[in-house]
Design a protein around this ligand. Structure first.
Ligand code: GDP
Ligand code: ZN
Ligand code: ZN
Length: 523
């Protein structure tokens, strides 16, 4: 074709000519490339989604309990026992509680007409006396109901007890009524409203959506989205008998797990409800079983202040809201990191399989920022840190580590049962040496010198006072460990420390009082 401009060139049209060849080799090759491209695209999409950050939720809970109970109460009227019927409604049996909890009274003991005066104590081994010599003026102990006057008075018949200045008559020491007075509370229902917010995604939703039939009752399989729960059904789910628990009271957890995929394409976000008995049902009678408290209603009669004292037994329901959160774990005997993204309720981290993600490559330039880590710190005078450390190691090695521990250095968790799984994690998948015995652990994670340096590096004017220093050093040590073992900051924030490391760090920088709070999601 002449490469010149002529009028006829303008009116030309070019197209490719397709040739179809019947060839086994070319055909196979073509499909081979198609498959490769398709797999790559799917992989890229999926693996990208793996890094979609999942975080915990900010949540608000509101509850409404409904139901009426008829209570047969025995009362004393002019010395005669009488049976009266009372109708209890919501205001009578629920009490305001703090936080995401509500309380339903199931049983009670009532002491009526108490007023401030002198009277003999209720007879117990502690209060019985035979003469004034057995009582001591001004005496009281945490179990007394009043202050002793020093006299020994007649309680009833020939029973004598020390006289006290107190709210009289003194509350009798009695067993909770059997069956429970509000046994029928098992038919009460509670409506739970839960609004949640995933902060990172600017996404808000709630469990009661428009169009939801609000006359329903929750059923695990037939009506799993219904937000109205019959109290008796909750107990049936956990294998407990409502009537038994109602006598002494108890604590029940209602867990709302938001299983959300906030991906734009596969968007779904619905709550899953489950229940968990939270009080210790196996403790025997002497160890304060159940759940009870006292409260009083005050009134005035003939200008005398009086009160009705109630010892209330009942069930406290704690509502626990969880959201999908990614967590990362790393075992010393594995080259990859595991990402855990499933409903974890009740399953210990050590046994969760998770997804393997590659460990981020070590950035050696980072190491140069830690020059101190590579040299031993000069010994602080009067504080032979290193020696103290070795001695401690030898003497306080836990002898019986939990069953899931493969390194022999883990300890049971102190967290409440619903969060315990988070701390049931060892540094290893298979039996062997513990990472806390490594030289690097001591140098990078436990060195007071380096941790102090890092804290001051962040905040040069930080006042390291004695009280809070240990807490700051401990939290810094957790971060050091996570950054060391997980590399990227993204993962370190959601990395869970193995129990052995956690407790080794806590032993080095202990908290002066109270329990350790454990992992909290950074969001
Ligand atoms: P506290 O000092 O009494 O609050 O209790 P801890 O010694 O358990 O420290 C709590 C702080 O350390 C919180 O900010 C937690 O998020 C953090 N922390 C505790 N355990 C872990 C963990 O396994 N991984 C991470 N990344 N942080 C943790
Ligand atoms: Zn272990
Ligand atoms: Zn270990």
């Amino acid at each position: 074709m002449p490469a010149c401009c002529s009028c006829s060139d303008v009116f030309q049209y070019e197209t490719n000519k397709v040739t179809r060849i019947q060839s086994m080799n070319y055909g196979t090759l073509k499909w081979f490339f198609h498959v490769i491209v398709f797999s790559y695209v799917s992989f890229a999409l999926l693996s990208d989604k793996l890094y979609q950050r999942k975080e915990s939720v900010i949540s608000s809970v509101h509850t409404k309990v409904k139901g009426i109970a008829e209570v047969k109460e025995e009362i004393l009227e002019n010395g005669v026992k009488k049976l009266v019927h009372h109708v209890f409604d919501t205001a009578d049996y629920t009490f305001p509680l703090q936080g995401n909890s509500f309380f339903v009274m199931t049983n009670f003991l009532k002491t009526e007409g108490q007023e401030q005066r002198l009277c003999p104590e209720y007879p117990t081994r502690r209060t019985l006396c035979s003469s004034d010599r057995g009582c001591k003026k001004g005496w009281m102990d945490p179990q007394s109901k009043g202050i002793q006057t020093g006299r020994c008075g007649v309680y009833k018949g020939n029973q004598k007890t020390c006289e006290v200045s107190a709210w009289c008559p003194i509350e009798a020491v009695e067993e909770a009524p059997r069956p429970a007075l509000l046994n029928s509370a098992e038919n009460f229902t509670v409506l739970i409203k839960n609004n949640i917010d995933f902060p990172g995604h600017n996404y808000t939703t709630r469990n009661i959506l428009p169009g939801l039939n609000i006359t329903c009752t929750f059923h695990k399989t037939q009506n799993p989205q219904c937000p109205i729960f019959r109290l008796g059904d909750i107990f049936r789910e956990t294998g407990d008998n409502f009537s038994d628990v109602a006598i002494q009271g108890g604590i029940m957890g209602i867990e709302i797990y938001w299983d959300c995929n906030l991906d734009r394409w596969f968007h779904h976000c619905r709550p899953k409800y489950s229940f968990r008995r939270l009080d210790d049902k196996t403790t025997n009678v002497s160890l304060y079983p159940g759940y009870n408290f006292r409260y009083a209603k005050y009134y005035k009669e003939n200008n005398v202040e009086k009160r009705t004292l109630m010892k209330v037994f009942g069930i406290r329901f704690d509502i626990l809201v969880f959201g999908t959160t990614l967590k990362y774990v790393s075992f010393v005997d594995e080259s990859h990191i595991r990402m855990v993204n499933q409903q974890l309720l009740g399953r210990r981290l050590q046994d969760v399989k998770g997804q393997e993600v590659p460990r981020p490559p070590v950035d050696f330039t980072d190491l140069s920022k830690l020059p101190l880590a590579l040299h031993d710190p000069p010994p602080t005078p009067g504080q032979p840190e290193e020696m103290q450390l070795l001695r401690e190691e030898a003497t306080t090695r836990p002898r019986d580590s939990p069953v899931w521990c493969q390194c022999g250095s883990c300890l049971p968790s102190q967290l409440p049962e619903s969060r315990r799984y988070l701390e049931e994690l060892c540094c290893r998948k298979k039996p062997g040496a513990c990472i806390t015995t490594s030289e690097l652990f001591r140098k990078l994670v436990l060195s007071r010198h380096i941790l102090q340096f890092l804290l001051l590096y962040q905040d040069p004017l930080l006042a390291l006072d004695v009280d809070s220093t240990n807490n700051q050093l401990r939290h810094c040590a957790y971060r050091c460990y996570a950054t060391w073992r997980f590399g990227s900051q993204d993962m370190a924030d959601f990395a869970i420390l193995p129990s052995c490391c956690r407790w080794r760090i806590r032993r080095e920088f202990p908290k002066s009082q109270g329990q350790y709070s454990g992992f909290k999601s950074p969001y």
